[in-house]
Design a protein around this ligand. Structure first.
Ligand code: FE2
Length: 267
């Protein structure tokens, strides 16, 4: 099957192989007390929205348990799960590497993508309205993907990133075609005790003003939604457009894994 004729709903999501630590008596971390769908629904979406409006990034709190994080990080070594690997230094993107998942996505990634999307779409539509744009985003992720696929954007974009000492990710935007969903998600999979440095950073370029940086501290299993490209910002004369980029500062020691969930698919 080629990437071009894959459909996102044709195959059931993949179950990941449990990581060796999954049998801990504690259940491997507090975030896994209820199904992931319920954990997502229980996020304080009002506060997240307010932070997104104010800073261009909103933290969702701990979403994945330690075991779920370890399983995802361990999946990095299983090449059959991925459609491609990018070595950042070869492209001038930074240093470190990442891999794009193939369809069908792991179940945990599908759940994150499907259940967080409607909340993000409400924010995206509100932002479009603030910016005087006619563009609107469907509230169901299947419809957003249909839109992408009709435009030839059929390749899945969720990814795992791996950094080791000295690695970094240059400031960038994840735009993969005409259809861009304006928010995306990052989840830290590694324990913060296992690395130093490697901060997630957003910069915001404001019209006729100097750029602003935002460092987003995350704990293992914690997720943040952030603006991919542009967002509205309130000024003296109503809302104006600011441009955002994101990246990761240099890892000083250890190894750091993150998962990225982009809601549009790629050409
Ligand atoms: Fe990115």
């Amino acid at each position: 099957m080629t990437a071009a004729n894959r459909t996102y709903g044709a195959e059931p999501p993949r179950e990941l192989t449990p990581a060796p630590a999954a049998s801990s008596e504690t259940g491997g971390g507090g975030a896994k007390a209820q199904p992931l769908e319920d954990r997502i629904a229980a996020c304080d979406w009002k506060a997240i929205d307010s932070d997104l409006d104010e800073y261009g990034v909103g933290r969702l709190g701990p979403l994945l348990s330690r075991d779920e994080c370890n399983e995802l990080a361990a999946a990095y070594g299983q090449d059959k799960l991925f459609r491609s690997k990018v070595v950042m230094a070869r492209h001038g993107f930074g240093r470190g590497e990442y891999k794009y998942f193939a369809y069908p996505l792991p179940k945990v990634i599908t759940t994150l993508r499907t259940c967080i999307y409607p909340e993000a779409a409400r924010t995206a539509n509100r932002w479009a309205d603030m910016l005087g744009s006619q563009r609107r985003y469907p509230l169901a992720h299947t419809e957003m993907l249909e839109r992408c696929h009709k435009a030839g954007q059929t390749r899945p974009t969720p990814l795992l990133l791996r950094y080791e000492q000295g690695d970094f990710n240059c400031l960038h935007q994840d735009l993969y075609g005409e259809h861009v969903f304006p928010l995306q998600l990052v989840i830290l999979l590694s324990d913060t005790a296992d690395f130093e440095g490697g901060e997630f950073v957003l910069t915001e370029q404001r019209p006729r003003m100097q750029s602003r940086a935002e460092v987003v501290p995350l704990q293992q299993g914690e997720a943040a939604l952030f603006a991919v490209n542009e967002r509205p910002r309130k000024g003296a004369k109503g809302y104006h457009r600011t441009k955002l980029r994101h990246g990761v500062s240099r890892l000083r020691s250890g190894v750091r894994f993150t998962a990225g969930v982009i809601f549009h698919d790629a050409l």
